[in-house]
Design a protein around this ligand. Structure first.
Ligand code: 8YV
Length: 326
């Protein structure tokens, strides 16, 4: 019997490709670069499933050009690369990788917060450049993390992980804003209090963004929101590029209207706004919040398991639009 054909749109663990190969004919992008949209559509011809990594846009035009496609399995918890209503209309299943990356991403959110508040990369660049010749009382003096007010915008699983770290590990007062309020049990476990977005912006010493990207969260942090923040505040984004207006943020950092920022995601990444590259008070990382070896492997395994479970027995593990299973 011939095996169904699937596409793996980016290079991933060889062990995961081998496992997929037990069930499917696998075409695998082993190049360093992602395929263009036209190339993706050409490669998708005759494929019933595709393993995506968050950068491949699956919309109505792609779906219309690939009528055999039945499942898109994202190796990411975020799925703003999917036009989910169009996928549902075309009866194409989408899956993502929730839970397996929560703690690792929360760890990184905290790492970025610490590095930003305590000016870790800025001071390392100074040292590496051979500029460290003497002690000075104010050399790279930053802001405290312990005992300060941690603000979280978007209080899903990762936001709660960051809240727990702040409250239990660093004695921070935690405030949050979210589309919906957490249950009182969850609020108690995170020691977090619900506030309006305006109060969050005005009060937080360290504001961490962990909300999903959609049309309604586009530029959720722009010039007006930055203007409400304390001049001593730091901003951390481990969510998605596009949630922050990067040009407005670079201007606020340049004019020291906020103290510093830590960014793992960018509008138009992997390109980074040149104005952000030009300011010293920002820590920049290349979208690696989930990148521990075990977590990336767990994400790849879950995406592969979704393809296998759906295409072999019709029962995906983490469906985004289960109505297509009906
Ligand atoms: C991924 C992410 O690394 O899960 C997400 O939503 O942003 C990251 O964990 C990225 O999407 C590539 O898979």
């Amino acid at each position: 019997m011939t095996k169904p054909s699937i596409l793996v749109a980016r290079a991933v663990f060889p062990e995961v490709i081998a496992r997929l190969g037990q069930h499917f004919e696998v075409e695998h992008n082993q190049a360093d670069a992602s395929w263009t949209r036209d190339e993706l559509v050409a490669r998708l011809q005759g494929k019933v499933g595709v393993f995506t990594t968050g950068g491949e846009r699956i919309d109505a035009a792609v779906l219309a050009a690939c009528p055999q496609l039945r499942i898109c399995a994202n190796m990411a918890v975020g799925y703003n690369n999917f036009d989910l209503p169009a996928m549902t209309a075309a009866k194409v299943l989408g899956t993502n990788t929730p839970d397996v990356l929560t703690e690792t991403t929360a760890d990184f959110g905290f790492a970025l917060l610490m590095a930003t508040a305590r000016r870790v990369t800025e001071s390392e660049h100074y040292l590496r450049a051979g500029k460290w010749t003497k002690w000075a009382y104010d050399m790279f003096a930053g802001s405290d993390v312990h005992g300060s007010t941690l603000g979280i915008l978007g209080m899903g699983r990762i936001g709660q992980g960051i809240a727990r770290r702040g409250a239990h590990g660093f004695g921070m007062r935690v405030i949050y804003h979210n589309r919906s309020r957490l249950t009182s049990d969850l609020e108690a476990s995170c020691k977090a209090s619900y506030v309006s977005k305006e109060e969050l912006l005005r009060t937080a010493d360290h504001l961490v963004l962990v909300l999903p990207y959609s049309a309604s969260s586009h530029h959720a942090i722009g010039a007006a929101e930055l203007a409400l923040m304390k001049p001593t505040a730091t901003l951390v984004n481990v969510a998605r590029g596009g949630i922050v207006d990067d040009a407005a943020l670079a201007q606020a950092l340049r004019e020291r209207r906020i103290a510093a920022a830590g960014l793992d995601v960018f509008e138009g990444e992997p390109k980074v706004h040149p104005d952000l590259l030009a300011v010293p008070n920002v820590v920049l990382t290349p979208h690696i919040a989930s990148a521990s070896v075990p977590t990336r492997r767990a994400m790849a395994d879950l995406a592969a398991d979704n393809l296998i479970a759906f295409l072999v027995n019709g029962k995906p593990l983490t469906p985004l639009n289960p109505e297509v299973l009906g």
